[in-house]
Write a protein that binds this ligand. Structure first.
Ligand code: ZN
Ligand code: ZN
Length: 610
């Protein structure tokens, strides 16, 4: 490696950068390592995803607002103030219930949304509220206190999968997800300068994760000189072209504002509730007429989008380029929002130039890697949710830099031929074994790793992705998807929590209480579970079987109880209601008894109020 030459060039460039931007000295420059920049490692900066930075609520005096237990209160995703919420909503809610009309409930709910999320509203210059404090770590991981380390480990478990990279070479950049995108990008530059000064190294690695990917876009577009300070860029599920969730929400394509879907299936398909709970909510929701409920939801969504989300350039950076122009026309056309529009339009250019800028990195010799997750249906909030492959939060076109995918649950046609848009090596087969992905159509066919069936927000529970990322930041052994059989291009998604829990439970069993047959069954099942957990390349089926087998043995020896299958009563009830009464609330149903009861209560209440 021609280190001295690149070092000289970098020094010249960096001097010029420092001279051009005298203000970029926000972080302390004290030396934090004594490697003398002469070690085998590159300092690495994690740029985490949405909500993976601590942001705290401040009061008018700039002091932390504390809860009853004396803990700081998070502003992400909202500052929930329960007593105030109840005070505002309870009256209109009761009135609306008894009158079965919208007696100020929709307005009260919209106000409640603003009360909670309003802390994240930015001003007309797209500047966030001064009442949001971003916790920062202007020093390496080795100098973080216990609390800070725990916070970082909760997002990226360095404690669980140790990396060879020394902790004084590891940095965690934080930002406000609802904040100002332009300012955060500038802060990222300052942070890179700080890391270089603290370590003495002239090059760093950056690891943009999810929303962090949007800051890589803007960094390369607004400050291309920083490309020369980079050794490696390791993207993890980056939102390089936003997420269709935001594109749909910003363009009035919200599924749960369709009554038929809301009353039948939305909650179950959202993936956050079990089927029974989802159906119970559907049944309970009918205590209000559908018009009232829909008016409430519409008012709440409108307020959230209009007053909070569309003031934040951080949120705008998550809008796909294909959706930006129509959404900007709708929300940013007024003269008051001209500055927000200018800032988002600038980012829109960065988004359009994302591939070209990554190509520039490659031309400069920067190594660029990517991790993409697929075959997990998009959360069903936006209308386009089931029209393309996704990882639950981001559509794969965005995270894969344009690779070609069959939709979730489908495969590429039998006669499909690899596109080879970006791969010219005829030896390479970039079609996934499950015939869902054609990686050759993505910008980085030879350095993008794909994980089947992996959910975006559970990435930190995929041991393979973590081991891969930590290997990439620690050394240069992996050059591409062919470097190591341990890390092939296509791999399976996983969530290690369940298998780890049952292994622990199995190991805690007192073997002397078991028959010899039971004991040997148990130890064989544990051995297989441990094998698949350690293996980076076991199939999804092997994983599943090992989990099921160990669970079955634990049930057999009485450590676990067989899971009770919910009766499906509420599903049947909800479907019966939907089939017979559509989306109507109970008061709208031609049931004399219900009508009589409601009428009685109504008379009583109007009697009292009147
Ligand atoms: Zn070093
Ligand atoms: Zn290739």
């Amino acid at each position: 490696m021609k280190r001295s030459f690149t070092k000289a060039i970098s020094v010249i460039l960096c001097i010029s950068i420092v001279c051009c931007a005298g203000s970029m000295a926000a972080f302390a420059a004290e030396k934090k390592t004594d490697c003398g920049a002469d070690c085998e490692f590159y300092p690495t900066i994690i740029i985490p995803g949405l909500g993976q930075s601590n942001t705290w609520v401040l009061d008018d005096n700039g002091d932390f607002v504390l809860d009853d237990e004396g803990n700081k209160i998070s502003s992400f995703p909202a500052y929930i103030q329960i007593p105030e919420l109840i005070k505002r909503v309870i009256g209109p809610a009761l009135l609306s219930l008894v009158t079965q009309r919208d007696m100020g409930l929709s307005t009260a709910l919209a106000d409640a949304i603003e009360l909670c999320f309003g802390i994240n509203t930015c001003d007309n210059e797209a500047k966030p509220s001064e009442k949001v404090f971003v916790e920062k770590y202007p020093y390496p991981f080795s100098e973080c206190n216990e609390e800070e380390m725990a916070e970082i480990n909760s997002h990226i478990p360095f404690d669980k999968y140790p990396t060879n990279l020394p902790e004084d070479h590891l940095y965690y950049f934080t930002y406000n997800s609802f904040g100002n995108h332009v300012d955060t990008t500038k802060e990222l530059c300052e942070y890179i300068d700080m890391v270089k000064e603290q370590t003495g190294h002239d090059k760093v690695n950056i690891v943009p994760i999810s929303q962090g990917g949007t800051f890589a876009n803007s960094l390369f577009e607004y400050y291309p000189e920083y490309m020369d300070c980079l050794h490696k860029v390791i993207y993890i599920v980056p939102a390089l072209d936003g997420s269709t969730i935001i594109g749909d929400v910003f363009n009035d394509r919200v599924t749960f504002l369709e009554a038929d879907y809301l009353y039948n299936g939305f909650l179950e398909e959202i993936g956050l509730l079990d089927a029974n709970t989802a159906r119970i909510i559907e049944v309970v929701a009918r205590i209000l007429p559908d018009e009232v409920l829909m008016a409430c939801l519409e008012a709440a969504v409108e307020r959230l989008v209009e007053s909070v989300m569309t003031t934040s350039t951080g949120m705008w950076a998550l809008c796909p380029s294909g959706d930006y122009l129509t959404a900007a026309e709708k929300y940013l056309s007024s003269p008051e929002r001209a500055s927000i529009k200018a800032q988002t339009y600038r980012y829109y250019q960065a988004q359009l130039n994302s591939d070209a800028n990554i190509q520039k990195l490659l031309d400069k010799g920067v190594q660029v890697f990517n991790v993409c997750e697929y075959n997990f249906a998009m959360i069903n909030v936006g209308e386009t949710w089931d029209t393309q492959n996704a990882d639950y939060i981001i559509h794969t076109d965005s995270t894969s830099m344009g690779a070609y995918f069959a939709n979730v649950g489908e495969t590429l046609p039998d006669d499909y031929v690899q596109k080879n848009t970006y791969c010219s090596n005829p030896e390479h087969n970039h079609i996934s074994p499950d015939r869902v992905v054609d990686a050759s159509a993505g910008l980085l066919p030879d350095t993008t790793f794909y994980f089947d069936g992996q959910r975006h927000d559970l990435t930190q529970h995929n041991s393979i992705i973590l081991k891969l990322a930590f290997k990439l930041i620690a050394d240069d052994e992996i050059k591409d998807v062919y470097s190591s059989p341990e890390f092939p291009q296509f791999n399976a998604g996983r969530d290690v929590r369940e298998i780890e829990t049952i292994i622990d439970q199995a190991k805690a069993v007192d073997a002397s209480s078991l028959s010899s047959e039971e004991a040997s069954k148990l130890s064989a099942a544990v051995a297989e579970a441990e094998r698949v957990l350690e293996s980076n390349t076991c199939t999804a089926e092997e994983w599943e079987n090992a989990c099921m087998n160990l669970t079955a043995v634990l049930i057999e020896i009485g450590v676990l109880e067989a899971e009770k299958v919910p009766s499906g009563f509420f599903e049947k009830l909800s479907l019966w209601l939907y089939d017979n009464y559509g989306t109507n609330g109970y008061s709208e149903m031609p049931l004399l008894t219900v009508k009589n009861v409601i009428g009685g209560v109504k008379n009583l209440v109007t009697g009292i109020i009147g």
